[in-house]
Structures are given as C-alpha cells and as structure tokens.
Design a protein around this ligand. Sequence first.
Ligand SMILES: Cc1ncc(COP(=O)(O)O)c(C=O)c1O
Length: 949
Amino acid sequence: MVAEKYDPYDFANRRHIGPSAKEIADMLAVLGVSDLHALIDATVPASIRQTERIDFGKSLSERRALDKMRETANKNRVLTSLIGQGYHGTTMPPAIQRNIFENPAWYTAYSPYQPEISQGRLEALLNFQTMVADLTGLEIANASLLDEATAAAEAMAVAHRVATSKQSTFFVDQNCLPQSIAVLRTRAEPLGWQIKVGDPFTDLVPAEVFGAIFQYPGVCGACHDFTPLIDALHKAGAIAAVAADPLALTLLKPPGEMGADIAIGSMQRYGVPMGYGGPHAGYIATRDAFKRNLPGRLVGVSVDARGNRAYRLALQTREQHIRRERATSNICTSQVLLAVIASMYAVFHGPTGLKAIAHRVHRDACRLADGLASLGFKIAPDAFFDTITVDVGPYQGLILKNAVDNGVNLRKVGKDRIGITVDERTRPDTLEGVWRAFGGFDLRYDESYPSSRLPQPLLRTSDFLTHPVFHMNRAESEMTRYMRRLADRDLALDRSMIPLGSCTMKLNATAEMLPISWPEFGELHPFVPADQAQGYKELIDDLSRKLCVITGYDAISMQPNSGAQGEYAGLLAIRAYHKSRGDDQRHVCLIPSSAHGTNPASAQMCGMTVVVVGTDKSGNIDVEDFRKKAEEHSDALAACMITYPSTHGVFEETVREICDITHAHGGQVYMDGANLNALVGLAKPGEIGSDVSHINLHKTFCIPHGGGGPGMGPIGVKAHLIPFLPGHPHTDGREHTVSAAPYGSASILPISWSYILMMGGRGLTQATRIAILNANYIVKRLEHAYPILYRGKNGFVAHECIIDTRPLMDKAGVSVEDIAKRLIDSGFHAPTMSWPVAGTLMIEPTESETKAELDRFCDAMLSIREEARAIEEGRMDKTNNPLKNAPHTVEDLIGDWNRPYTREVACFPPGAFRVDKYWAPVNRVDNTYGDRNLVCSCPPMDTYMKAAE
Ligand SMILES: Cc1ncc(COP(=O)(O)O)c(C=O)c1O
C-alpha cells in the first residue's frame, strides 16, 4: 500500500480545519452540492468576490513557525525597565502561569453570559471585584476594563452622567499618566467637554467643573491627600475620581477614605507581564449610589432554582443592551483572563504578602534614593512609595544611556530630570546598575532597613482582603486545587464546541499560544526605546501588511484593544476626516436596527447622532429605507455602520449599493469586522466599498476569548483616513489616542501572526470555505425541526445561521432560555441567544469543528425539539419537564426522584458523554433575584457555611 502523501496544508486540516476530507465530502453530499467551490459560488455573491488569491508564499509548518517566532522574539532586547508610568515588573507565580495563563480551560472560555457553565470564572471575577473594592475603599467594582487610560475616560463619562454640576469641563491632575491624559482628551472632544490639565492644588476651581481626576501616587511619585479637594468638588456638585496604584494602596489611605466617588487604575502589577503594553485588567470602583452607572460587566451573587448560591452577571439590562444610542460606554470584551490572574495573585499572596511586597518595593525605592542622594543628586519628592525623580541637569542623555548600558531603562522627565520606579522584580544588582549609571561605581546594596519615606499622614489603617478566600492555606497544593476546581466548573472550548454566533469561537492552537509566555514578548515595557523592540516592530509591520492584503485596506492601526474600541477609533477617524474638509456639520450615523449594541454606543461616544435603518423580512438592510434616510440627512451624513455578512448571517447582495449611496451623500462606510471569518480569502471589505473596519483578532485570528477578554480590535482604513488613525504621546505625539499603549495589547499579537503564517493564503481561504460549509451543514440538519430565519438568495447562509425557537414557545411554552439550559445537560454552551432577533438562537460553528462534533450538537438540538413536541402533544408535563428543569445537577440526582421523566433522560440526553459528562455546578440561576438583591463582592463566610449545611 502506498503511504498517503503528507500535504503541507495538512497542518490546516489537522489543526484549524476540523472536518477531514471524507467528512467534507459527506457534508457536501448532505447539502446536495458537488464541491466546496460550488457551495461558495452559490453563497457568496459574485459581485463582491475578490479576484486574486491571497498569496503569502509558502505556509510554515508548526516547527518552522515556532522557529520564526523565536527568531523574532530574539530581536526584542529584554532590559530591566524602571520606567514606571503605569507599567511595572512583576512576577506571575508559576502555579498561576501554568494553571491559568497557559490553561485552555481558562483561556478558551467565553464571556460568562450563561452563568450555569461559568461559575468558576465568575467566582474568580467576584474575587477580583472584592479585591478592587477593598483596595480602593469603595463599595462596588466591576469585573475589569480595557486599561487604565480607558478606565479614566470611563470615570469621566460616569462623572458627567451622575454629577449635579452642569459644567462641561473635566479637570485632570497634571500628574496623571500622559497616556491617560491623551485618552481623556480624545474622549472629551467629540462630546463637547473641555479638559483642563493643571496642578489640582492651585488650578482646580470646583465650581467650574463637573468632575476631576487625580493620580495617586502621581506619575512623578508624589502622594497627596486629596480629601480637601474632593470635599470642595462635592460642595460644587462635581464628582471626584482617583487613579490609584493598587500596590501602593496596600500601604496608603485608599481613595474611598478620602471621599472619592470613583477609583480607577490598572491591576497589571498584580502578576501580569507588561507585554509591551498589554493586555492587563483596568479597574473601576465606585460608591454604591452610582452602581447602576458602572460601565462594563459586573458579577453579582444570586441563587439557583434550589436556592443555592450562584454567581452571574448583574444588571445586564444597561448600556448597550437597552440604552443603545444613549449609552455612555461601548465596552463589551474586557480583560477577564487578566482580571482572573490578578485576583489569583491576591489570593496567592494574601493581604500580608501584598503588604510585604509593597514594603520591599518601598524599601528599595528608599535605598535607591539614599544612594543617589549620597552621590549629591537632588531627589524629589520627599515622601514617596516607589517612584522618584532625580535632578540631573545637563546629564540626562548621558545617564539614560549609561543606564541602558547597565541593563536598565529609566524615564526621561522634561529636559533635566530622570524618573525611576522600583518594582517587585528589583534586585540588588538592579539598584547597583542604576547607581553606576549615575556615577556611583562603589555603591553597594545594603540589606539594612532604610527609614521609611512613605507619607506618614497617609498611611493605611483600614484592613483589606479580609474575606477568607484571601486567607486560604496557600500551600501550592491547595492553590492548584482551587484553580482546578474553578476551571472544572466551567465549560470552555477544551470540552466542546461553543457555537456562538458573531463570536467566532474557533480553535486557539497551542503552537500559537506558546510564544506569549516567552519573556522576550512578555517583559517589555511599552515605552522602551525603539531599538529594544525590533522583534515587535517586525511582527507588527508584517501582521499589518498581511491584514491589509486580507481586508483590502491601506493601513492598519494596532492600537484599539477590543472590537468596540476599534469602532470608536474608526468613527473618530471618520469624524476627523470630515472636519479636515470643513464638513463639521456631518454628524449623522446610519445604523441598521440589527446592529450590535456597541455600534450605536460607539457612534454616540463620537458625538454622532444615530439614525436607525430598518431591515426587510429576509434580514437584509432595507435599501429603500436606507436611501430615504441618507437623502434626508444628506448634508449631515457622517457615516453608516454595517456588518458584513450581516448580523443575520447572510451575504447581502446589496452591500455595494449601500456603500455607494453612503458615498454619494458624502458619508463614509464603517464595516463592522466581527464577521470577517466569512470573508477571508473570498472578499475584502476594502474592495466592497468600505472605508474602515475593525478586525476582531480574538474572533477571526485565533486570539482566545479568555472568558471575556483579552481581545484586539485593530482597524484597517483606506488611504484617505490614514492621517486620522490613533496617535500616541509615546510614539508620534499625534492625537486620537484610544488606548493606554501605542499597540494596544501587543503581547497577544504573536497568536494571530503565527496563525496567518501557518495557514498561508490557501489555508486561510480554505478555513473560510469550511466555516461556511459547517454552518450550512447545521442548517440542513436542523431545518426540519427549526425554521431558519434568514438565507441568501440561493438558500444558503454565511458562516452562521439564526434558528427560530419562537414556535416552541407558542406551541409548548418552551423558551429560548429553556433550550440554552437544556443544551448544558448535553454538554454544550448555548449559541448566541436572542440576538439580533429576540426568541432565536444564532449558531456559528467555525471551521475548527469536526463533523462528529457538529452532529453531536445537532443531535442535542433535535432531541430538544422532540422534547418540546412531547410537551406540545401532552405527553410531557408543561412545567415539570427536562427543559424547564434544565440544567440538571448532581443535587437533582441524589435527592428523591419524583419527576415525570427518568434520571437517564434528565442527565444523559443525546450529546452528553457518559463517562466525561459535564455536570453544571448549579441549577438554573435566578437573574431577577440577583438584580433585586444586588451583591457584587464575595458573600460573607456564613453564607458559605449555610450552603454547605
Ligand atoms: C457584530 C459585533 N460587533 C462588535 C462587537 C464588539 O467587539 P468586542 O467585544 O471585541 O468589543 C461584537 C462582539 O461580540 C460583535 O459581535
């Protein structure tokens, strides 16, 4: 027998493309289509097809790709960075690195919208919220924001909404991080707010502002008590926010005790590598009174159907879900994985350990300052935590260079000062290297305790992290088991497909993930000199070039660190473009009613007026309505936002026409790139008529969802928009900064780059075809049981489909939620529920899933349909049935069984594995109870005891 030839593209088959050649043939036969090309021809309109193939040369094998990543990583030079400015060296405990950061059970999970299968990460996030609330001395914290700078902007937006002051100016402490000031300026301008930057003790006039933000400690190290300023702001009806360093807060009085209304910051130094800028978890905390105005996701405590404690996302009916174009925040993907890591770092060290780390950091800062003072340098400030600046007169350049020669990066401050920030990783030889850079060749690190330079009146007296979870026995055995227990409660991609429409939960291949653990990618400060980040430059440049080829755009900005952030950056570019042409009056944004909630929210944040366009009964944009509204607002038309293929899962034939109408009226086209997985290799947004798109690298390009973040949402633009792409104070000093770091969450870019390198143009295109095949196969298997809401003109769907479950409600009282929960019994995560159409499920299988897995899912869905039929026909009780009681837990099994169906039916419906059965840890979670009794920090211990009784 001749051995089968090993095809180099087999990589794609074995890794990213789930179905084998035989399965592909079988599925095509079920569809009644001769081959894959015929399916694509019948599905993707000829009018939008790209004519040239993507050619990236030869694709790389897994080993070659890893070699390439290693070569690239080696071009980054890892020095010790004492630059500070919001980024610090830190150590991720190895147990956390292996069991969370590198564990697919954590990093491949989706956002915890289905609480019953998310109890593990919800608990970890609740720990995060408790930690943030405790550290800041405020009552309620959310489950993370994108970074510190955007958190500052969110704080400003909350302040504007809740302040009684009617002023339009926001005061910004000049000691805030430069990148935060830049992002605040970007956010304020389109909304008509003014930013006043100054010394809060001399320049702040409370009656003239709706709020203010102070940095604590300031970027140059000073620690001030802002209590009197906060009192004065409150008297004027204004809101006070404090950007605070969470490590300093273990020793210093928290913002809440100064009377602050909001605290924000970054939890990066709690064990998360600097990663050349990200990803890290930003945080925001506030008073109880403002809890309904908190942006982002908030984990709360509720009960399940048995009354047992259960976690779930609270107050979900805010912002984009309900407020849409009136929303003041567009945050969707946040930084769950990084928040989980930071919370575990706190669990790992506990309050005593955190304080010990903070004291050690402070002592090293004191030793550093004493050594420099002994060399005759003037140090400021007198009291500090970890940051000092040194007056170096004309020697700034020389000393900075000496420091680099000694392996250390310091910060240039003005023309004659140098800033130094000490961190957890600082060692005796680090300080000795710094002293040498300043000429102190004979200074030696001294173990004796220097006298503290912490500001004595500001010492923290209150306890924090008092909850038992932060006091567990921290033997690594216990820690490992805790992380394992939480992971086991959740359902992630490492157990089953997650067929979430619009979310593209595809494989995150191991080879793509390995490099992000390497220090050459992880340990770079985002503001290191360019020559130390040559590897990153090569990666970012090549990835950008390839994304341009894939999308048909002329340039890419890597700054936006989520899809929604990309929308915001893209619309800002459109706005600036109009302004540059004197078209200041263009403020209308046409958005179809089916758009994702972040679209109108982003438009609102850019000061645009949203005009909603209808869709027709086939799910397409109603072209006549679109034309009418474009004409009506012709002079004011700034943009339209469309998603392609549509959020209804079809390739609209009219997309070019929509783009033409928009351009004819002087508007620009923003194409939401969430569905790019259906286009790669087949059609390019930039060639269809779009001017700008975001590209969710955490969907189409394999960055895992991390349980709700990180993500990356770079934008591609046509040439005329290039001048308006986001700038950054560190790189080019241009405006429109949208993220804290110049390249957003740079350290996860190796994932997307290696995916593209290993797939090559052919592999990427094949992936798109298979994604479409898989979706259509599901349609074929389910269409007799569930109406398929929308299809293209030849009866095929794009890479996802919407099935209508409303008939089950009408006939059997079975809701879409009942179906979602029953799928858990079969071991599945539900598809996207009730979006973009209420009472439906949107299924996106992606190319990664094998036919066997698709069949397992379809079997589960068909069995649910039969259960509903049994109710409909009176063979099953209307309320006491497996659908209404789902998900079933071990608790259900061990009690008396008095249900009108068997335990077997309850727990082992089609799809469920016998031995490897996934058991939901809780029964159905009561959302209303949770919102009525809002608890968003770890519940007191006695409730745990009651639960155990
Ligand atoms: C169509 C669409 N647009 C925008 C977004 C927002 O992307 P992100 O969550 O990365 O901010 C999503 C996210 O699911 C989406 O599905």
